[in-house]
Write a protein that binds this ligand. Structure first.
Ligand code: PLP
Length: 418
């Protein structure tokens, strides 16, 4: 393992991995988020173009030298990562950009991007010989943790807000996790989970306060870099676009990009576009006003980004400011419209938060944030089957007919006329 230590994003103090398990002991968990540091010279000896070309591991673990794991034999067998990257020219035309690629994270084992983080979290819990692993989640982190804990044979205790979509709750129960459906918001579920972890000594998979989880999330960018370089150096996109809730995903995306650049595996740095829902846009507000975080209510149907009090504000903000990117918010109607749009123009069915980025690209292109000649990579963070209710709301109802060919004929003609 090439981890050299942990650095607090707030005060800059550094710790050895033995000195801090989660957050900076001096700053506490609201501010003291830690960043994992590596010996990049040592990493580069094992992770370089030649090594990648010969690497037969088609999962996020192909980047093991850049991951904080000392016992690789504990890695669960579920395949997280190495998701496909598709070019979607008809979607690009529709959104008003020169080229658009879709990174389909719905293809992960539990159907969301969160599997990259859970996969690391479970190994860390096993390394620490924890009796149980816990997290609070709007849904996907929970179902993901349940799946990976099951694969690793580790008990999981999970806190979700009552409004979590049914499909996600079903996943938790099927995987055998102990589920606490908290009568309150995600923020309340989160605080309760923090207390339980402290009181019962459970391993805490909450991404914002556990620095190792973002290390899993960053692998999406390690893949993007490798995939774009395989397509040709000139394809590296101008923008990488992702939906933002707590800020861990976008923080991980940016860390991975910077690391590949540093290792000489990505010639230039894309800008990052963070997309939020209009009904819950604390990052957008802080970015526009050049201010700190003001927690807000969470009114959006995109449950995975309904986070009024983002727990990883510092890393999320940094991704956009350092990359020269932008934050943007989109109304729920545009998020809903993007579900069939992405499916019809790009062939990928995403959940509301998963497709919010597409709505964000359209708006950023219309307002000139993204130039017409620029190119984008959209990370679709979750599969559409996670939230069928929203999908049905967006796509409407089928034509109901009697089993007669004339009825088909009539419906086809009506469709052609419409
Ligand atoms: C968790 C999640 C996000 C946002 O990630 P954060 O780390 O909370 O910013 C976006 N989309 C989906 C589908 C998610 O599950």
């Amino acid at each position: 393992m090439h981890v050299t230590g942990l650095e607090c994003v707030h005060c800059g103090r550094t710790y050895s991995t033995a000195e801090a398990d989660y957050y900076c002991p001096a700053c506490g968990y609201h501010e003291g988020i830690l960043n994992v540091l590596y010996d990049y010279d040592a990493v580069g000896k094992e992770l370089n173009a030649a090594a990648l070309a010969g690497n037969r591991n088609l999962s996020m673990w192909r980047y093991l030298p850049l991951l904080p794991i000392s016992a690789p034999e504990l890695i669960p067998r579920l395949q997280a990562g190495w998701t496909p990257l598709y070019e979607a020219p008809r979607l690009a035309a529709e959104l008003g950009v020169a080229r658009c690629w879709i990174k389909d994270e719905g293809r992960n084992p539990t159907a969301s991007f969160k599997d990259r983080a859970s996969s690391v979290g479970v190994v860390k819990a096993l390394e620490m010989k924890a009796s149980r692993i816990t997290c609070a989640s709007t849904g996907n982190a929970a179902s993901s943790l349940a799946g990976f804990a099951a694969a690793a044979g580790l008990p999981a205790a999970i806190f979700v807000p009552v409004r979590a979509p049914q499909a996600k709750v079903a996943q938790l129960l099927v995987y055998g996790a102990q589920v606490f459906s908290v009568e309150g918001t995600y923020d309340q579920a989160w605080e309760l989970c923090m207390k339980a972890a402290a009181q019962f000594g459970w391993y805490n998979r909450n991404c914002a306060i556990n620095p190792y989880l973002i290390e899993g999330k960053k692998t999406v960018s390690l893949e993007l870099a490798e995939q774009f370089m395989a397509l040709g150096q000139d394809t590296v996109p101008d923008w990488v676009v992702v939906a933002v809730g707590d800020g861990c995903t976008i923080g991980g995306v940016w860390k991975g990009i910077k690391e590949m650049h540093r290792l000489g595996l990505l010639p230039r740095l894309p800008r990052i576009l963070g997309v939020q829902a209009e009904g819950c846009q604390p990052f957008v507000a802080a970015w526009r006003n050049r201010a700190g975080l003001t927690p807000c209510a969470a009114n959006t149907l995109a449950d995975s980004i309904a986070v009024g009090h983002p727990r990883n504000f510092a890393k999320g903000m940094r991704a956009v400011t350092e990359s020269g990117g932008a934050f943007i918010s989109v109304p729920d109607e545009e998020i809903l419209e993007s579900i069939p749009l992405l499916a019809r123009k790009g062939g990928v069915f995403g959940e509301p938060a998963g497709v919010a980025g597409a709505a964000g690209i359209r708006q950023a292109a219309a307002s000139g944030i993204i130039g017409r000649a620029e190119t984008v990579a959209l990370i679709v963070t979750g599969n559409g089957l996670k939230d069928t209710q929203s999908a049905i709301r967006a796509a409407g109802r089928p034509v109901c007919i009697r089993p007669e060919i004339e009825e088909v004929q009539r419906a086809v003609s009506a469709g052609a006329a419409a």
